[in-house]
Structures are given as structure tokens and as C-alpha cells.
Design a protein. Sequence first.
Length: 345
Amino acid sequence: MRTVKAWAAPSATEPLEATTIERRDLGDNDILIEIAYAGICHSDIHTARSEWGEAPYPLVVGHEIAGTVAEVGSAVTRHAVGDRVGVGCMVNSCRECEQCRAGNEQYCPQQVGTYNSTDRDGTITQGGYSTHIVVDADFALKIPEGIGLDVAAPLLCAGITTWSPLRRWGVGEGSKVAVVGLGGLGHMGVQLAVALGAEVTVLSQSLKKQEDGLALGAVDYRATSDDETFKDLRGKFDLVLNTVSAQLPIRKYLGLLKPEGTLVNVGGPVEPFEVPAFSLIMGGRSLAGSNIGGIPQTQEMLDFCADKGIGAKIEVIPAEKVNEAWERVVASDVRYRFVIDAATI
Ligand code: NAP
Ligand code: ZN
């Protein structure tokens, strides 16, 4: 075991505080990563505040991890000391089930999450708001040269979570895509869809971030507070990608789809959506969900980002600002991902 520094939530209602945690000794296929940056995902907040169910405390969150390999176990061939690597939302799975064999480890019933999950040794996993982490080498991604570790960190969750549905629904040249919510996920969704050749519209609560949205490559940017938006854009999109962390009147967004279009939800609000049957029946529309993405697809996304020069738009913060940053995320005041400089942990 080794003792490392971290920032943990002591309970659902108290601010995060500096602490130390134990990381396991390296197993044969484990690597020790010296974390350089950890992105702040809204899921960290939902989880640490027990909004998705009672979390174990103290809890260290963080599943957008970028750093360098500091040590490798005896059987590791995939990574070497000094390699630039990333860890996302998963740190293990069974490797044997149909989903694992297909590279969809996110659907494995035995998937181990990066935090708030029971590891194979029975301990609760602790995430990336920390200086070091020990993970199975197969769950560490290669961060290509050419992407800074700071702008790469958010790709490990925000990047793959938006990339996976864009790929699953075949977004490409000429696709008409609406991205709802211009936060951490949304700003990645816009960049990735644009790079795939789609015509992208941002649907945001207001026009405050319009200039940024257009700079990211969107062709249109509309305020959802204005009812005209829903009239003007009715029936226009092949895919609506909802990244909003709060409940939305989803019926209005379904109306934006072309016949047989899909609204794919990745946001995780606590309250359920209300979906009238006829909002799906008319136009033969689909309402779908998507959960991060598998390890092979995460590598595909990282390679694509390196190739296209895509990274997250970030604000790097010292660890002591993490509570302030969380409040700003909750208030939709983030442009567009906070990233903790692990050297300050
Ligand atoms: P974020 O940075 O806070 O972005 C969410 C955006 O939603 C905000 O920037 C805001 O965009 C919009 N929004 C927030 N409150 C709203 C409200 N009351 N009404 C309308 N719009 C609102 O969060 P994130 O890190 O991107 O995560 C977004 C959601 O996805 C979270 O619920 C998170 O847990 C979930 N998530 C899911 C997966 C998955 O695998 N499915 C993975 C990661 C995260 P505007 O200011 O532009 O309106
Ligand atoms: Zn996340």
C-alpha cells in the first residue's frame, strides 16, 4: 500500500477537503499513474452529493484522469514507465462476457467504476482528485503526442460520452445535429460532431455563450428560453444530443427531430422525464440513452482528437479552488471544463 494525497467529500453536504488515501500495491497487470490533471465532471458532483443514491464517505471522485506511468507490474506490456496515459470512468470489468468481448466494457455487469464502486478486492474505488492512482493496465488509454495532458483529461469522460452516440447513430458529412447544453459534455459534442462533418446547432438556456458556440464550429446557436426556437427548428434534426444535467421538457426537444430521428440523452438529472406517447409515435421518433463508451472506442476518440487537433476548452484550477469550481459548474458557469492541476493536491 502507499499513501497518497487526495481531495475527498466527507459527506453529501460538506465541502471537499484535503486528505490522504491508500492505493494498493501493484498487481502483475497494474500500473501506477502519477496524475497530472483531473477534470471536473458534473457526475462527480451528482455522486458526491448522493444525488444518484447514497455514496460511501469519505469519497474521492474524478474520472477524467491524465498523467504519466510511474511504475508497471511484472506482466504489463501495454504501457511503459513515462508513457502518457488517461483513465476514464472504468478501471476493470470481467473481460469474458459478450459485452467485454465486444469492447463494450461499460455494459459489463461486473464493471468496476473509477470511484464509488466495489473493486475486485472488495475495497471501494477512489477517483482522480488525487496525486496517484493504481489501475489495471488494460483500462489506461494512450494519450497521443500532440494533445496536452490538461486538455486531454476531459476527453476521458466528456469526450467519449459524446463521441460514442455520434458514432452509434452514424453522424457524418451533412448530418444535422443539435447539442443541448453547452457545458463540459456539450462543448465536446459540438467539436466532435463538427469534425465528423455534421451541421451543428447549439441549444442553450440563453445566448450568453453564443460566440463561443459558433467558434467551436456550430452553424447556429439558439436560446431554449425563447419559444420561437422550438417553432423555427421543428423537424430539423437527425440527432439531438442532450447533455443537460437537469430535467428538461423532453417533449419539446423530441419535436425538433426529423421523422425517425433520435434524441439521445446522456445527461443524468435526478428527476424523471415526462414523455407523452405521441411525441414518439408521430414521426416514428426514438428516445435513447448512452453511457460513456468502451475502451477501444475511447482510444479511437483520443486518436481522432489528436488527428483533428481537438481538445477540451479548460480552466485549470488549483485543488483549493475545487469547491468554488463545483458551485460554478452547478450554476452553469463553466467555460467549459475545470481541470485540477494535480501538483497542487
Ligand atoms: P455541465 O458542464 O454542468 O453542463 C451541463 C449543461 O447543461 C450546462 O452547462 C447548461 O448548459 C445546461 N443546464 C444546466 N442546468 C440546466 C437547466 N436547469 N436547464 C437547462 N439547461 C441546463 O455538466 P457535464 O459535466 O457536461 O455533464 C452533463 C450531464 O451529463 C450531467 O448530468 C452528468 O452527470 C451527465 N454525464 C453522463 C454521462 C453518461 O455516460 N451518460 C457521462 C458524463 C456525464 P447551457 O448553459 O448551455 O444551457
Ligand atoms: Zn463524467
